[in-house]
Design a protein around this ligand. Structure first.
Ligand code: KIV
Length: 278
């Protein structure tokens, strides 16, 4: 059956259902077209591309132009998958006007269906202005990688009662401001469960246990393309890094051994033309 793009009302209807929905990252047309062949409902052009594709040590250096540049091919490769463009660090902390201008760019120039930004109560006024301006916004609380420094590193958030209460307040503030869904990253499963129960919009967990309405993962992690370490929250469904290294080693070795290219990978020419060359 042909894939049909999920709408925001359909996303909201997934709240509290036993059936879950899913979102994974993509930054190029090839991966997007692979995801398009699956029932996975959403693609995030995440600022994680800073680490997975651009080679930075954090998401902070990622620019608006990077996000737009990578959103365009994803939209082309997955026309029937809902595409969320991430607001990079520095694109929504100067002023509300600047934030709206940048969100507009991700949708108009990149072609995304919605934007995502990190933060709780502190960004609620920005979210409200965006939503009033007609921009669909996804929230992101818990471990927010853009401000990981302030959080003391890439650590589980909301581990004690006070911190967990803060997270619940953040989630409620975002819901009130108008987000249609909230990514909850790296929080204890019981806290994610509480947040999920307190909200009337879907929660999308990454490292947040099984109780959220959706699950999110970074594709490079779940496919085992990134092999330096495997974070606890990641399940590798394939070991593509190993397969890629094996394939490249085989190419190298077959080239040395004269096995590649074989006749099936080579082009010939007519005998009479060949004779005229000698
Ligand atoms: O940028 C990203 O990939 C993300 C996910 C970790 C949710 O924000």
């Amino acid at each position: 059956m042909a894939k049909v793009k999920m709408t925001i009302p359909q996303c909201k209807e997934m709240k509290g259902k036993t059936e879950k929905f899913t979102m994974i990252t993509a930054y190029d047309v090839l991966l997007a077209s692979v995801i398009e062949k699956t029932p996975i409902e959403m693609i995030l052009v995440g600022d994680s591309l800073g680490m997975t594709v651009l080679g930075y040590n954090s998401t902070v250096p990622v620019t608006m132009d990077d996000i737009i540049h990578h959103t365009k091919p994803v939209v082309k490769g997955a026309p029937n998958t809902f595409i969320v463009g991430d607001m990079p660090f520095g694109s929504y902390n100067a002023s509300v006007e600047d934030a709206i201008r940048n969100a507009n760019r991700i949708m108009k120039e990149g072609g995304a269906d919605a934007i995502k930004l990190e933060g709780g109560k502190n960004v609620a006024h920005i979210v409200e202005a965006m939503v009033n301006g007609g921009i669909p916004v996804m929230g992101h609380i818990g471990l927010t990688p853009q401000t990981a420094g302030q959080l003391g590193g890439f650590k589980v958030q909301g581990k004690d009662a006070e911190a967990a209460k803060q997270l619940i307040e953040d989630a409620k503030a975002l819901e009130k401001a108008g987000v249609f869904a909230i990514v909850v990253e790296c929080v204890p499963a019981p806290v994610a469960k509480l947040i999920t129960e307190e909200l009337s919009i879907p929660t999308m967990g990454i490292g947040a246990g099984p109780y959220c309405d959706a699950q999110v993962l970074v594709t490079q992690d779940l496919l085992g393309m990134f092999d330096r370490f495997v974070p606890k929250m990641v399940k590798q469904y394939a070991q593509l890094n190993k397969q890629m290294v094996d394939a490249l080693n085989s190419f190298y070795q077959e080239t040395q051994d004269g096995v590649f290219p074989g006749p099936e990978h080579s082009f010939g020419m007519k005998e009479e033309d060949l004779k005229r060359l000698y």
